[in-house]
Design a protein around this ligand. Structure first.
Ligand SMILES: [Zn+2]
Ligand SMILES: [Zn+2]
Length: 289
């Protein structure tokens, strides 16, 4: 079995397993604390994907310290959406080859389900070398996250289970347990975040509206933007891929950008890239000047 075939088998089994494990809630039940932990892990890891994997590593939309970069990349890794260099490489290719045969997750070419989830189960996405992420290879800590990605995921599962087991024995009135915390904190939280993120690839190239003429089918979709902390302003993003802000209008809620602004005030990040007013007024669908 080739490495690509083995990886695709692992992803198929893992994704099916995570979806089936949701049914474990029938036996474990639910508690307020398990819901809170699951919700927090959804939001924190979503931020890791959008601020870390996407806006920082893939697009260099702002600058930060190595430690913050590592922390955000670690959070992105914990989202279980692939190791960082694999994720960034495919995403950069998506921008470079949008909706051409080399775009590996185009719903207009391959259909909704393939662009949503099928492409990750195809061994094609593990073939070839990631030659477009050489700029990130100078960070040994990111290479380590790439290499030890399965270990990171295993440690996350153990930590979530241990948290539930400890809370269950130390504070029995909370009504939680190791298995219950694993179901809500890991399986349900991760699967929910998967589908929210995957909708950027599927829904945001099919349904929504176009603010800018980008020459592709990318759309702005407020539902996806809400679920993904701002990533659903995907047409804006295809127009200004290096921008740290995706929700460019005051009414386009972009929680990632708002958090980055807060982090800028705390001097954790700097040099947020933004399009100028002139750039934002150019290429509009209603005013294609
Ligand atoms: Zn896109
Ligand atoms: Zn992007």
């Amino acid at each position: 079995m080739t490495a690509a075939a083995r990886n695709s088998w692992i992803v198929r089994t893992g994704m099916l397993g995570f979806h089936l494990a949701i049914l474990g809630a029938i036996w474990t039940g639910v508690s307020r604390v398990a819901l809170i932990v699951g919700g927090m892990l959804y939001v924190i890891r979503a931020f890791g994907v959008t601020a870390g994997y996407h806006r920082l590593l893939a697009h260099g939309a702002y600058k930060t310290h190595r430690a913050v970069q590592f922390g955000l990349t670690l959070l992105g890794s914990l989202s279980t959406q692939g190791a960082p260099l694999w994720w960034v490489s495919h995403h950069r290719n998506h921008h470079r080859y949008t909706e051409t045969p080399r775009d590996i997750h185009s719903p207009t070419r391959n259909g909704f389900w393939y662009s949503h989830i099928g492409w990750m189960m195809d061994k094609a996405c593990f073939e070839g070398t990631a030659s477009n992420v050489k700029d990130l290879l100078r960070y040994p800590e990111i290479k380590a996250l790439q290499r030890y990605y399965p270990v990171v995921l295993l440690l996350q599962a153990i930590a979530i289970y241990a948290l539930g087991a400890w809370l269950g024995s130390a504070y029995p009135e909370l009504g939680t347990s190791g298995p219950q915390m694993l179901v809500w904190g890991l399986f349900i939280s991760t699967v929910a975040l998967w589908h929210a993120t995957f909708m950027v690839n599927s829904v945001c190239h099919l349904w929504g509206n176009q603010q800018y003429n980008t020459g592709d089918h990318s759309t702005n979709n407020w539902i996806v933007a809400t679920l993904t902390l701002g990533e659903g302003w995907h047409n804006n993003h295809h127009r200004f891929s290096a921008s740290a802000r995706h929700g460019l209008r005051w009414w386009q809620l972009d929680c990632t950008y708002l958090t980055l602004r807060l982090m800028q005030k705390l001097r954790l990040v700097r040099a947020l890239k933004l399009p100028s007013d002139t750039q934002m007024a150019t290429g509009l669908v209603n005013n294609p000047a």
